[in-house]
Design a protein around this ligand. Structure first.
Ligand code: SAH
Length: 354
């Protein structure tokens, strides 16, 4: 039993069953024992790998996307270049490297990283060298200025609540204890106003998920883009209109039971892009587009071919595998989706067809 499991069991003994969201929040961000608070989870030796860690091409495409949208909006200066949930800082480093190709872009960019983990802030500091960076605790602290923002695999790390449809309303999935170990339970049924819009497309027994923290974050970003210009690009795994249990725990690249290894396994859930789009008021929301299609439209294959010219042997093999992993439908290409927000009066951004 991990130290965090004992803390959570004591909490349940004192105050009763807790929501899945409270459980996830403790597992991921408990200041002493939380998953992100205590480690750098990325890469082959960690628990999972993300697109920017797979290949520099991912960050290059996103950097060129940001620079193009910035140019399309008349090169506002200064502007906030932001990332939420920056992990190791690899994506931002790649963005800053390709950003040099757009005259004036880097000079006007004021880099802001929204990061909850002190451990990962240190890793980001190392990755970004001496580039000036401001760290923020939340998206609500982003400056009131033109905002060009990316978030990759951020929303999937936010705590979710799960509800099971019942004849009389909804039962919430809770974390409780049974025989001294953590167990899943269900609350008594109750009507849930937040889920009224799901009464038409679900039937008793169906499970739906909501991510209470996501909408306020999207709202804070959309408000700044509507007021000052800019763009936000969200890439994550998930789909449109959540249905079914998608909670997943990963440890050393293996799926494990979400109730074991508290604080030592990564917990994520599919992102409901419909909920992100609904929360984006006052801005234009692009169609949700599979990651593979989006990266192809931005020219990732031409970039891959250019990089391949200088490679041979195992380095070439792993470069080809990385390209495939990012775009192929059997890998990350269709499970991962992209969605962007831009001001109403600007053209559809690159990579998204009307
Ligand atoms: N974007 C990176 C990392 C994804 S992992 C990549 O693609 O490699 C999720 C990131 O979000 C981590 O940096 C984690 O510490 C951060 N994070 C998780 N919950 C957060 C929260 N509530 N507020 C700010 N950052 C958070």
């Amino acid at each position: 039993m991990t130290p965090l499991t004992e803390i959570i069991l004591r909490r349940i003994a004192k105050t009763g069953p807790i929501s899945l969201a409270d459980y996830m929040a403790d597992c991921l961000l408990h200041p002493e024992h939380g998953y992100y608070a205590t480690r750098d989870p990325f890469g082959a030796a960690g628990d999972f790998t993300t697109a920017p860690e797979i290949s520099q091409m991912f960050g290059e495409m996103l950097g060129l996307w940001l620079a193009q949208v910035w140019m399309d909006q008349g090169r506002p200066a200064p502007f906030t270049l932001a990332e939420i949930g920056p992990g190791r800082g690899t994506l931002m480093a790649d963005i800053l490297r390709v950003g040099r190709a757009a005259p004036g872009f880097l000079d006007a960019a004021q880099v802001h990283l929204v990061e909850a983990s002190a451990t990962l802030r240190q890793v980001q500091r190392q990755t970004l060298g001496d580039h000036p960076v401001t760290w923020l605790d939340s998206a609500g602290a982003l400056p009131d200025a033109p905002l060009f923002l990316v978030a990759n695999e951020f929303f999937d790390a936010l705590p979710i609540r799960q509800f099971q449809r019942d004849a009389a309303g909804w039962r919430e999935v809770q974390v409780t204890q049974s025989g001294g170990v953590l167990a899943m339970g269900l609350s008594a049924p109750a009507p849930i106003a937040l889920l009224d819009h799901r009464l038409d497309d679900t039937s008793p027994g169906d499970l739906v998920e909501i991510c209470p923290a996501a909408a306020p974050i999207v709202d804070q970003i959309a408000t700044r883009i509507a007021a000052h210009g800019g763009a936000a690009l969200f890439i994550d795994y998930g789909g449109w209109h959540s249905l079914g249990d998608t909670l997943q725990a990963l440890k050393a690249h293996q799926m494990v039971d979400p109730l074991t290894h508290c604080g030592e396994a990564d917990l994520t859930a599919h992102v409901d892009f419909e909920a992100l789009a609904r929360a984006a008021q006052g801005v234009q929301v692009t169609p949700m587009t599979p990651q593979g299609v989006f990266l192809e439209r931005l020219g990732i294959t031409q970039r891959a071919q250019a990089l391949a010219r200088n490679l041979s042997g195992p380095a070439l093999d792993s470069h080809i595998a990385a390209h495939r992993r990012l775009i192929h439908a059997d890998e990350m290409g269709s499970l991962f989706k992209s969605l962007a927000l831009v001001p109403h009066d600007t053209p559809m951004p690159p990579g998204f067809a009307a």
